[in-house]
Design a protein around this ligand. Structure first.
Ligand code: MLT
Length: 273
């Protein structure tokens, strides 16, 4: 992991050259920016900036982050997006290839909606542009309450949905690592993020209005974000590469980092043409 450059409003990590169009990496729930380590180490020639979500990794709590960007305490993906922009501006970054995996994808879509000038290209990994149905919303609110009462135990069952069946049967070290990450997930972070994700809107119209290079990528064994959801996003974008990664589940950046690097590099090059 690169050094922390700025601690407010979000912890920001930078690697690669100081100049040039950066790739912004937004992590999945309930992990932090370290989930990108295997990707970042394979791209030493590319400027990369990543952040920890509020209350995750080294970022301050959601309440402090929301106050820092002038928003109220109600959890929202939009407040997280505002905090990303505030953090980037402190780094003098006004344009980036915006890439998010799963929850990070929801934030990338919010950035495209609210700050289109930031987005030189968009990468949507293992995510979806639709909002939740009633059952999914209720399940999120149940997990948020469970996290407040029981802590990280509330997300322990995610292990088998986050990792593909190939990883579960063949990559024992990664299974143990992700199990440890889930056990260390911060309860307050789990709670706000689930509430915020439950409230997120459908953002297909945002994708249809975007006129920048796009990447939609999913693990072929992803049990959380479907092939149908990926194809719908790719169809909504004007200029999109759709990549399906064999042998990976929902956490492609951890399960098959080489494939993710190839796709991100191609997106970064397209953004500069
Ligand atoms: C994630 O990996 O960020 C989560 O699966 C997102 C979600 O719960 O929708």
């Amino acid at each position: 992991m690169a050094e922390v450059a700025v601690a407010e409003p979000l912890a920001v990590y930078r690697s690669g050259p100081e100049d040039g169009l950066p790739i912004l990496l937004l992590h999945a729930f309930p992990l932090d920016a370290q989930m990108w380590d295997e990707v970042i180490m394979r791209m030493p020639d590319v400027p990369i900036v990543s952040v920890d979500a509020p209350g995750f990794g080294d970022s301050p709590s959601y309440a402090l982050v929301a106050a820092a960007v002038g928003q109220g305490p109600r959890p929202s993906i939009e407040t997280y997006a505002d905090a990303v922009v505030a953090s980037l501006l402190r780094e003098e970054i006004e344009r980036a290839v915006v890439v998010g995996l799963s929850m990070g994808g929801y934030v990338a879509l919010s950035l495209a909606d609210r700050y289109p000038a930031l987005v030189a290209a968009i990468g949507l990994l293992d995510t979806k542009a639709s909002g939740d149905d009633e059952d999914a919303r209720a399940n999120r609110l149940r997990i948020a309450e469970a996290a407040k009462e029981l802590g990280a135990t509330a997300v322990a069952p995610m292990l088998t949905t986050l990792l593909g069946k190939t990883t579960q049967s063949q990559r024992t070290a990664l299974v143990a690592e992700v199990k440890g990450l889930l056990a260390a997930a911060p309860p307050e972070g789990i709670a706000w993020a689930q509430q915020a994700m439950a409230d997120r809107p459908d953002r297909f119209q945002v994708l249809e209005g975007l006129d920048v290079p796009g990447l939609v990528l999913r693990g072929a064994e992803d049990a959380v974000s479907s092939q149908e959801a990926a194809e719908a996003m790719a169809h909504a974008l004007k200029d999109c590469e759709l990549v399906v990664v064999p042998g990976a589940g929902h956490l492609t950046a951890l399960e098959e980092p080489e494939a993710v690097v190839d796709a991100l590099r191609s997106l970064w090059e397209r953004a500069q043409r």
